[in-house]
Design a protein around this ligand. Structure first.
Ligand code: FES
Ligand code: FES
Length: 161
């Protein structure tokens, strides 16, 4: 049976019809064309599907879509600045060569966003600890940690202007 649910995604009020068993990842990708959210393990292990709900990182592969009724979602598509420039975390991933195939990257970036919103000046160990739910098979992780450190510095400088 289809149910109608509404929520805000990337600042836009949105209404969809979905089955009770539809996951949030399915609705984002298949109904809203927000394909930046990747699906890999589908069992909440790899972090590829990470999105923010009311500012907190969640796995969209296991969250059911109806659970986000009335909530505020942010996906990687919503990170870009209004003028079309990239968010500092996105830019830092490019500057530090923090991806190869890129499949893990949207989830990494969203997890990093949650970290820097909560803790704008994390230590390297805090970054590593926070990111341990996000798996990358390509990079060896060092460039990812470097990118998050770089983004924290850039955001810090912008905030001090
Ligand atoms: S696809 Fe959701 S955690 Fe792996
Ligand atoms: S860049 Fe390929 S999985 Fe991370």
């Amino acid at each position: 049976m289809l149910m109608k649910i509404s929520f805000v995604v990337n600042g836009k009020a949105t209404e969809v019809e979905c089955e009770a068993a539809d996951t949030l990842a399915e609705v984002l990708r298949n109904q809203l064309n927000l394909n930046g959210t990747k699906v890999s393990c589908e069992v909440q292990v790899c972090g590829a599907c990470t999105v923010l709900i009311d500012g907190l990182p969640v796995s969209a592969c296991t969250m059911l879509a109806y659970e986000v009724r009335g909530k505020n979602l942010l996906t990687v598509e919503g990170l870009e600045n209004p003028d079309g420039t990239l968010h500092p975390i996105q830019q830092a991933f490019i500057d530090e060569f923090a991806f190869q195939c890129g499949f893990c990257t949207p989830g990494m970036i969203m997890a990093a966003k949650a970290l820097l919103d909560e803790n704008p000046r994390p230590t390297r160990d805090e970054i590593i600890h926070h990111m341990d739910g996000n798996i990358c098979r390509c990079t060896g992780y060092v460039p990812i940690v470097n990118a998050i450190e770089r983004a924290a510095n850039v955001i810090g400088k912008e905030q001090r202007k």
